[in-house]
Write a protein of this length. Structure first.
Length: 245
């Protein structure tokens, strides 16, 4: 049985909604990461058997197998296959799991696993546009009520007794740790700089995550209005951000 090993791992910076990475097509964004990966690893793209790419919102610019279009956009040979995986929030992790299983089974020698989501350009709910309906009659008969993620988070907080103060303090500590790590250069080795255009149309290279919030306090967060429930605990300050990367 073959042993699966990770040869190299890279990522793009994570951009916030309508931020530094919102101007680049997700296939082009993926292509730059793919090329950064093989450059660091010293691997010829022609040796790659498959690109397994996770993506939740497979609509619009992220439709039609973005794994394949990303590899072709990167200039890789047409012999390199690509497949896109949707296991919702675990899509990229599942891509890695499939890659590992493929190597162990002897199906792959060299495989790339990762993912992309440009939530600025292909926002949540894009699959519902133009009358799209992912739920058939049998599903709706079984689950007559399907709350969105925000409402679901409120239900979890209520069930397990998480207070707004607890959530705000946890979120604040998370951003403080991220800011400290960024200042210490902890992310530099894992990030591939992304070439794009800035708001004025000038060439630029994005090198740092854009969603880390600095200078927040529990008092300032307490002023933010709940997003999903009038007396709720979930709001923009303690939720995961809308990201591109």
């Amino acid at each position: 049985m073959a042993e699966a090993v990770i040869v190299e791992a890279v990522r793009s910076p994570v951009g916030k909604r309508n931020g530094a990475l919102s101007g680049i097509h997700p296939a082009e964004l993926s292509a730059q990461v793919l090329n950064g990966l093989v450059e660091r690893a010293g691997v010829e793209p022609a040796l790659v058997d498959d690109v397994i790419w996770g993506c939740v919102m497979q609509a619009g610019e992220q439709a039609l197998d973005i794994a394949r279009t990303a590899a072709l956009s990167a200039g890789w040979p047409e012999t390199v296959a690509g497949v896109t995986v949707d296991r919702q929030c675990g899509s990229s992790q599942q891509s890695l799991n499939f890659a590992v299983a493929g190597v162990i089974a002897g199906h792959y020698d060299v495989v790339v696993a990762g993912g992309v989501e440009s939530m600025s350009r292909t926002p949540m709910g894009s699959s519902l546009a133009n009358g799209g309906n992912p739920y058939g009659e049998s599903f709706k008969a079984r689950y007559s009520r399907t709350p969105n993620q925000g409402v679901g988070a409120e239900m979890i907080a209520e069930q397990w007794g998480f207070s707004r103060t607890q959530l705000d303090e946890f979120s604040l500590r998370s951003h403080e740790k991220a800011a400290a790590a960024q200042d210490a250069g902890a992310f530099k080795d894992q990030i591939v700089g992304i070439k794009t255009k800035d708001a004025d149309g000038n060439d630029t290279v994005v090198l740092e995550d854009g969603g880390i919030r600095r200078g927040g306090t529990v008092e300032s967060m307490a002023k933010i209005k709940p997003a999903f429930k009038e007396d709720g605990v979930i709001h923009a300050g303690n939720s995961s951000q809308i990201s591109d990367g």
